[in-house]
Design a protein. Sequence first.
Length: 311
Amino acid sequence: MVTAPRKVLLPSPRSFCAGVERAIDIVEALLTRYGPPVYVRNQIVHNAFMVRDLEARGAIFVSELDEVPADARIVFSAHGVAPAVEREAERRGLDAIDATCPLVTKVHNEARRAANAEDTVVLIGHEGHEEVVGTMGVAPERTVLVERAADVATLVVRDPDRLTYLSQTTLAVAEVEEIIAALRRRFPKIKGPGSDDVCYATTNRQAAVAAVLEESDLVLVIGSVNSSNSNRLMEMARDAGTESHLIDYASEIEPEWLRDKGTIAVTAGASAPPVLVDEVVTAIASYGPIEVEERSVAEEHLEFLLPVRLR
């Protein structure tokens, strides 16, 4: 049945994390203080709703710096950029504002320290993701990428005794742990970061979804297709045998998905705004009465300061 009473579970934490909020606040503050246009290299965060919202207010998203007029204002996205991009912006006289998530900056700093110590950096991540591109650009001649545990067997490194592993911040925790275990088996002397690279927000959102999977018939994850952490939430549910779909908007819900689904979990990736969760819950309610239940596994109080010039 599509039209029927249902329970809607809201795993928490969900939606925006501190790094995403900071990045969006930076663009909004620049638009308020200086007016449009404000150029942003790549999507400020991986969410279609937020990109369209900021575009409507005067943000212009570009892929390369040569699309930005001389002396213009440019924001580097939350995913970070390679040092070569920062140097190019300086060479062109652009007014660059760095909105990189501080937890991504932490990984960049770890890569820099490892390379300076003449270690090879083994970066665990997905090829082509903006965060991975930026991190590999810190020390490209000393960084190799590993996407899967199976890749470890054929990994070629300069010196197996001088290795440091780091990770993209938005991966599935279990996936990273599997790859680290494979690395340690093949390279017993490999070192890791002082603290986990997978960020607190990614970990918390995955734990929140895991806590409701057993009683959920369907998991709806609000997030864009290029959002790594959102995709991991959907994959977690599917790997556990629970039907799950990734959607940007409530309008994308297919009525057939709701057939015979008595309990539906609704969550959102770290780059999706809370308002979209409300809209999805309202959409589900249009198919019959619902009981909404919040399920929290952690509380998040972390805040990141804006750049000094915008405080």
